[in-house]
Design a protein around this ligand. Sequence first.
Ligand code: KG4
Ligand code: ZN
Length: 396
Amino acid sequence: MANADILGIESSCDETAAAVVRSGEQVVSNVVFSQIATHQEYGGVVPELASREHLRAIVPVVRQALKQAGQCYESIDAIAVTQGPGLAGALLVGISYAKALAFALQKPLIAVNHLEGHIHAVLLEEKQKGNRHIRVPVLALVVSGGHTHLYLARPLNAAASEPPRAGSEQSQGAWIYHNVGHTRDDAAGEAFDKVAKLLALGYPGGPIIERLAEHGKPQAVKFLPAQIKHRDRKHKQNATIQSLSFDFSYSGIKTAVLRYVETHNMKAPIEGRRRQLAAVPNPGTQDVLSICDQSTLDLVASFQWAVVEDLVGKTLSAAREYEVGTLFVTGGVAANRQLRRRFEEQSRREGLAVYFPSRVLSTDNAAMIAAAAYPKFLAKDFAAPQVSAEASLRLG
Ligand code: KG4
Ligand code: ZN
């Protein structure tokens, strides 16, 4: 079939994004407007402000994505939009706009699950590199500010443990997903954000903790395994795919950091840092680094180490259990270099292939939404006119 150019729209959290992707495999344009500056002073996303910012940004962002792609409204083949999960008010902005656009232009509308989008970011990246021979099933870790999920994933038309077929286009069709693990409380990215807020390091927490951790000792503070609860194999007596569970938990380590702060008299310096940073417009890494003592840097490096080791360890246990040949690691936290390094080292030891999206496609973007929509476009799986936002939409 001829190429299909899909306009993707994403507004599930604090990024207003639009992109044009050709036939699910070539990013033609990718525009992301981040609301970080709006939410920074609150240390987290404020839902009402997010909706207001999406309303302001959506039209210029879509126009820019079309312009960068050398396209106009009429020349695109379909419109894809994130249906959920996410903030209801934020999702509604993207969905209402996409619905109106599809109706006015008489183009098909495709509703996409945000989590499936993150998984397709990896497929998109690999197709762009010319890699079409991904061994299935895949174990996909989706790790972001709102989610820490493990999925067994494979193309709908592939057998459960089908090896790669030479020249096959197995990733063109629809994929199916089976959830084999999720967080019991906080998502990993949420823990990065909350610990950064607690230590007055700024928002979002992941990128700043990653940069500060380079200056600290990851073994300085030993977090106990019980502070990152391992609850895998809880139904081991019925060891079927349906009953096994590899769950995560990151609220304990956040509390452990708080205890550490209290018992090591760090509260006063933290409040001092909070005041100093409030006086700096858009503080950068050097601004924060210059007012962090060594014990804070060690604490941050130890926190990152503990979370990364837990994510890698849990994912590799699940990979062994389900005998997968390929790992996907995606979502905002997958931008973390330490996480990538440890996944690469540990996967190599186990003979597993591990793929990540580029850092740009790891965090929220609309290219992944347009890519995930392509199999639905081929299958004519279009959204009904009354489609609406689903804040708690599940995958698998
Ligand atoms: O996928 P994403 O952009 O939005 C959600 O779907 O949640 O992920 C955002 C999350 C935030 O919690 C942010 O702190 C985290 O990803 N993050 C990182 C890094 N970059 C973003 N966490 C650790 N290291 C990073 N470099
Ligand atoms: Zn996301």
